[in-house]
Each structure stands twice: as structure tokens, then as C-alpha cells.
Design a protein around this ligand. Structure first.
Ligand code: F6P
Length: 366
């Protein structure tokens, strides 16, 4: 019997649960006699580079991986087959499309199907390759939870737990010192992490990209939390938040092949605006940064990632390419990649959780 070969890779920023997906794919594939699994190192780079960087993934390789953070395959959020960075003679950089060359190489390597575990950028690459004829299935990963067609991406709940733990800790120091604390969390253009952790951590203020803020409203809320000098206030602010009529806070990284603005700094920006607006209490900022992406996945994400892994292999086995696995409660299903990446999954002002947060007196600054 001829062996069929599925290649797995992880792309974009890492997040807890990537290894649990890999383990799910390999364990499910091992139940079939005619499939083998290989892993491509650092997203598609392992195929695009010479010499090729590929590893065999078997049951032994994935033992115990369900609880391990990061990704054993490595990852990158730069470049890719459609935009491979190349240095010009004058030292500047340009990008070239190497997708056709990569597809030929995959054929030569005897790869029958590919499973791409990644966020919106990675799944856009999956769609582009599918449209060029590659047998590919996507698995939605990101702490930001901003991919459409799935209730949750794995990694998100772990990030929320990390932020909630941070708020729990900030509350005690804020109360002891009568301070205002601003906690800056990730999420890019989506406020999912901020909103979930603000509710779970009992924050007073939650500033999200989907609702531009008015600093006067935040100031008013802060003052209600103080009786003369005594009191404290905990504000959670999403990195992509912006004032009414203003833009996001961040920097252009200058990193080759990195297409985003590197968001960050809104907490300090907001602190300065609050001071300028007349808030006299001490304000301290905490930026959680990559702590939100590191470490072991919580049980929810281990389970979701395992379900995604098993389902992804089954989609491959059934020949259902051009699909992304998705959680649509209570089912794990396959959805068209094109629909998953059509538009980002953002909060809407009338979302149930925003209603809940308002019911808990959480101020959005609007
Ligand atoms: O998309 C995941 C994410 O962690 C975002 O929340 C954040 O803005 C970005 O990646 C950070 O990317 P990098 O690791 O390249 O700094």
C-alpha cells in the first residue's frame, strides 16, 4: 500500500495549544495505516529554504505535547511563499512570489496534503495556495480570537486567563496604594481579550478598539471609584484602542517581511491623557506583552486544540480541502477558508458581553 503524506506547519505568532494540535493530527493519523505525517520547520520556510527543513512526526515525537507551550516546529510571522523577502544589490529589500516554485517542490517531495495551523495571515496564505491547486486544510490559531466562522480560536482562553490573573494581582496593589492601574493587553484590532479579562477580573474600565474612547468619560469613572483620596481603579486597555477621532498607538518595526504596525504604548498614552485631563491620583501602567502567549495552555485550549487536530486530519482523509476547522458550539466543523478570512471577527457594540459588562458598571469610555 502506497503511503500518503500530510505536511503540518505552524505560522504567525505562537500561542498556547499549537503543540496539542500537532499531537492531535499525528495521533489520529497514526490510526490509519496509509498516512504519514511530516512537519515543516518555521511555517513554509522549511520548504522554501535549501536545504529543506522537514521532520518526521510520529507518536513518539508528539508524546506529552498536549501541555507544552510554543511550537515544536517553530514559526514566523514574516514573509511567506507569496512575499518572500529578497535583498537588492543596494541593500534594500523587496518581496518575490515563490508560490509556484513551492508547489512544485511539494509535489516532488510527495506531499499529498498540507495542514496550516495559523491566524488570519496564515489562512489567507492557505486560501491563496488552495486556489492554486494545493490540497490544504487550515486550523485557526490566535490569542486575539479575531478569525471569523469559529466561536473561539485556541490560545485565546489561555491569554484571557493570564490577563485575569494579572488583574487579580493588580487589584491588591492598587487598593493598597490608592492607585489607578492601567493594564495593556494584546488583541490587535479586536477587544476580545480585554473584554473577557475585564469581566473576569472585575475591572472598572475596559477600553477596546471597537469603541473609541473619550478620556473625560474615563476620568469621570475614575473619580467615582475614589472617596476623596481613598480608592483605586483598574482599567484594562486593548493594545489597538484609540481615542475618538484618533489613531492607534504603535511603531513601524522595520523588521524585514513584517507587514503590521507593532501595536503598543496605549497604556502610557492614556495615562498621559488622564493626567492632562486633571486626574491627580497616582497612575501606574502594566504592559503584559508576550507573557500572554507563553507557557502552557489551560485545559479548555488543550481540548479545543486536540479537537481541531483530530478534525483537521479527518478533513484531509475525506479530501475536504480549502476548509478550515472551526468550533461552532457544540460542534467542530469544516468551514470554507474563503469565509473564515473574508473579514475579521470583531466585537459589535451590541454584543452580549458588552451588555453584560455595562450591567456590571464597566466603563467603555463612550
Ligand atoms: O496576533 C497575536 C499577537 O500577539 C497580537 O496580539 C500582537 O499585536 C502581535 O501578535 C505581536 O506580534 P509580535 O510577536 O510580532 O510582536
Amino acid at each position: 500500500m502506497a503511503l500518503k503524506r500530510v505536511m503540518v506547519l505552524t505560522g504567525g505568532g505562537d500561542c498556547p495549544g499549537l503543540n496539542a494540535v500537532i499531537r492531535g493530527i499525528v495521533k489520529r493519523a497514526s490510526q490509519e495505516k496509509d498516512w504519514e505525517v511530516i512537519g515543516c520547520i518555521e511555517s513554509f520556510n522549511g520548504v522554501l529554504r535549501e536545504p529543506t527543513e522537514i521532520v518526521v512526526l510520529d507518536e513518539k515525537t508528539v508524546e506529552g505535547l498536549h501541555m507544552q507551550g510554543g511550537t515544536i516546529l517553530g514559526t514566523t510571522n514574516k514573509g511567506g511563499p507569496f512575499a518572500w523577502p529578497v535583498k537588492n544589490a543596494d541593500g534594500s529589500w523587496t518581496t518575490v512570489d515563490r508560490s509556484d516554485e513551492m508547489l512544485r517542490k511539494l509535489q516532488y517531495m510527495g506531499v499529498d496534503a498540507v495542514i496550516n495551523i495559523g491566524g488570519d495571515g496564515s489562512q489567507r496564505i492557505s486560501l491563496g495556495l488552495y486556489e492554486k491547486g494545493l490540497n490544504i486544510v487550515g486550523v485557526p490559531k490566535t490569542i486575539d480570537n479575531d478569525l471569523s466562522m469559529t466561536d473561539y480560536t485556541f490560545g485565546f482562553q489561555t491569554a484571557v486567563q493570564i490577563c485575569t490573573d494579572a488583574i487579580d494581582k493588580l487589584v491588591t496593589t492598587a487598593a493598597s496604594h490608592n492607585r489607578v492601574f492601567i493594564l495593556e493587553v494584546m488583541g490587535r484590532d479586536a477587544g476580545w481579550i480585554a473584554l473577557h479579562s475585564a469581566i473576569a477580573g472585575g475591572a472598572d474600565v475596559c477600553i477596546i478598539p471597537e469603541i473609541p474612547y473619550n478620556v473625560e468619560k474615563i476620568k469621570e469613572k475614575i473619580e467615582t471609584r475614589y472617596n476623596k483620596r481613598r480608592g483605586y481603579c483598574v482599567c484594562v486597555v486593548a493594545e489597538g484602542a484609540k481615542p475618538v477621532g484618533g489613531g492607534v498607538t504603535g511603531t513601524v518595526t522595520g523588521e524585514i517581511g513584517y507587514q503590521h504596525i507593532k501595536l503598543g504604548g496605549i497604556a502610557d498614552q492614556l495615562a498621559a491623557e488622564l493626567k492632562a485631563a486633571g486626574v491627580e491620583h497616582d497612575i501606574r501602567c502594566t504592559i503584559l506583552g508576550h507573557l500572554q502567549r507563553g507557557g502552557t495552555p489551560i485545559a479548555f485550549d488543550r481540548i479545543l486544540a486536540s479537537e481541531f487536530g483530530v478534525c483537521a486530519f479527518e478533513l484531509v482523509k475525506e479530501g475536504r480541502f480549502g476548509q478550515m476547522v472551526a468550533y461552532q458550539h457544540p460542534n467542530i466543523v469544516g468551514v470554507p477558508l474563503a469565509e473564515a478570512v473574508r473579514e475579521p471577527h470583531l466585537l459589535t457594540p451590541n454584543h452580549r458581553l458588552i451588555h453584560t459588562a455595562r450591567g456590571l458598571d464597566i466603563e467603555f469610555g463612550d
